[in-house]
Design a protein around this ligand. Structure first.
Ligand SMILES: NC(=O)C1=CN([C@@H]2O[C@H](COP(=O)(O)OP(=O)(O)OC[C@H]3O[C@@H](n4cnc5c(N)ncnc54)[C@H](OP(=O)(O)O)[C@@H]3O)[C@@H](O)[C@H]2O)C=CC1
Ligand SMILES: O=C1O[C@H](COP(=O)(O)O)[C@@H](O)[C@H](O)[C@H]1O
Length: 502
């Protein structure tokens, strides 16, 4: 279905950067190929590098070749697309150099007509956000509340205080409905499907509470290390990089109350309610419920990999965590007594993002031991990546003359959806920015509540320097303490079996 989108100018600050090359360029090109871009659109890249329009198109084409789900661009399509692409050099630190950009935007606006919307995508380090917002204001480019949007990337601050400062700064020049804070997990196909699964079916709602659910696990493991982002990551760590945003957002989607409509603010209100219901941490509960780790060298898929402290741009004595596992309690009627375990880490055995909902055991066991080969409480496993599936694990009788029970999986595996057919998160999110739909974007209060919740953990970890890092081997499932954390309640971290290629 083609959306009815106003003529659009997209200005990408940080146009020569990694994010644009890997994600934004390929996403915009795919939207174009699939007919989602408006008839009139212009994509303007800007950064300090002195590139021509042609150089810039080559830069984007390279990114598409290397990172697009559809692979290399075909010549005839690419030639048409690049008619909409240009580049203007400018240095954010020098507001005068932004005048050329301003003049260009105004000229295109005139050509496209009065309904033209302008989207400013800030794909630059957060230290530049304020200067860009001020310049846009100074040149009268931020003022049109209905036709101007600004997109910002995480990190949304380094802690609660800096997040509040950032939000205050943005508020000076933009209304909340103009601000799109990207959490790319929310754009993932399988994450959006959780909303459909929960709220478009009546089957699960009666079970979706403390009466039937024993515990929930949200696990995002990565086998990659920090790659080229050591400089950023060493000042952040797993809690800030992943839990504050992606994992807490997943928790919200599982824990939220049913919204009354699919309206962006209604959904975000319900998510904020969920965040507010999470029990606050104290120093004592941090000690009991939060585990951190840092990887040492090891082997992943037969390749030897360095320890975190030997990674590029990382302090050789760094105490930054590359792994975090936390038990959250939610104090409300639905979830009282149901622990939510969240874990994430780099250089782990598998790259996999899954949510496991474990149901309570049957109230009375009628099957004798000899009938039960393996007993497994019912589980619902929502796999976000690499496999996109929803599995319901139930006990069933093995075919044969005897009553022998084994767990089996009922699997919904997006059959027919080839990897290349599924839109990337950034495609969904960029289209939403163009159509003005904020449902999948972080509202100011979501960001601040998430920081508020994690501050006691961050403070406790920062003050307690006696941690003995590194404490888990690359290629493992993280530190032993994380196994102990979940084992205290008699559970264990669940992972999907690795699929071997035939
Ligand atoms: N890369 C990724 O996968 C992800 C990135 N992000 C976030 O996106 C943002 C961008 O990240 P990323 O693309 O990796 O960063 P890069 O370092 O690759 O790119 C930074 C960009 O900023 C430009 N730039 C730097 N200084 C100036 C200046 N004074 N004036 C104008 N432009 C300038 C650079 O171009 P030039 O040198 O030509 O000026 C470059 O285009 C960050 O906030 C990051 O946290 C978030 C999630 C994932
Ligand atoms: O935001 C981030 O996400 C990636 C993981 O994203 P995925 O889509 O590959 O699961 C993570 O590697 C990175 O450190 C973090 O900043």
């Amino acid at each position: 279905m083609k959306e009815n989108i106003n003529p659009t100018i997209i200005v990408i600050f940080g146009g020569t950067g990694d994010l644009n090359s890997r994600k934004l360029g390929p996403a915009l090109y795919n939207l174009y190929l699939e007919g989602f871009m408006p008839e009139k659109f212009e994509l303007i890249g800007t950064a300090r590098s002195n590139l021509t329009d042609a150089n810039y198109c080559d830069f984007l084409e390279d990114g598409i070749k290397n990172f697009s789900r559809k692979g290399k661009a075909l010549k005839k399509d690419w030639q048409k697309f690049t008619k909409h692409v240009s580049y203007t050099p400018a240095d954010i630190k020098d507001p005068e150099s932004l005048i050329t950009l301003k003049n260009k935007i105004e000229k295109i606006q005139e050509e496209f007509g009065p309904d033209t919307q302008v989207i400013y995508y800030l794909a630059v380090a957060p230290k530049f956000f304020s200067a860009i917002a001020d310049s846009l204001h100074k040149y009268g480019l931020a003022g049109d509340k209905d036709h101007t949007r600004i997109v910002i990337e995480k990190p949304f601050g380094h802690d609660l205080e800096s997040a509040q400062e950032l939000n205050q700064m943005l508020k000076q020049h933009f209304r909340e409905r103009q601000i799109y804070r990207i959490d790319h997990y929310l754009g993932k196909e399988a994450v959006q499907n959780i909303m459909a699964f929960r709220f478009a079916n009546s089957l699960f709602e009666p079970l979706w509470n403390r009466n039937y659910i024993e515990h929930v696990q949200i696990s995002v493991s990565e086998s990659i290390g920090v790659e080229d982002r050591g400089g950023y990551y060493d000042g952040a760590g797993a809690l800030r990089d992943m839990i504050q945003n992606h994992l807490l957002q997943l928790l919200c989607i599982i824990a939220m109350e049913p919204p009354t409509s699919f309206d962006a603010n209604e959904i975000r209100d319900r998510k904020v309610d969920a965040l507010k219901s999470i029990r606050k941490f104290t120093n004592d509960s941090v000690r009991k419920n939060a585990v951190r780790g840092q990887y040492t060298d090891g082997w992943i898929n037969g390749v030897e990999v360095p320890g975190y402290r030997s990674e590029k741009d990382v302090n050789p004595e760094s105490n930054t965590e590359t792994y975090a596992a936390i038990k959250f309690n939610i104090d409300n009627w639905r979830w009282q007594g149901v622990p939510f375990y969240l874990r994430t880490g780099k250089r782990m055995q598998q790259s996999s993002s899954i949510i496991t909902i474990q149901f309570k055991d049957v109230p009375h066991q009628i099957f004798q031991n000899e009938s039960v080969e393996t007993w497994q409480q019912n589980r619902l496993i929502i796999s976000i990546q690499p496999e996109m599936s929803i599995r319901l694990q139930v006990q069933a009788k093995r075919p044969g003359l005897k009553m022998v029970l084994n767990p089996v999986d009922m699997i919904f595996d997006y059959k027919g959806a080839k990897h290349t057919d599924t839109p990337e998160a950034y495609e969904t999110l960029l289209l939403d920015v163009m159509t003005g739909d904020q449902t999948l974007f972080m509202r100011v209060d979501q960001v601040e509540y998430a920081w508020e919740l994690l501050m006691p953990i961050l403070n406790h970890w920062e003050n307690k320097t006696s941690i003995s890092f590194p404490n888990y081997t690359s290629g493992s499932w993280g530190p032993e303490e994380a196994e102990a954390l979940i084992a205290k309640n008699g559970f264990f971290w669940y992972s999907l079996p690795i699929k071997h290629k035939d």
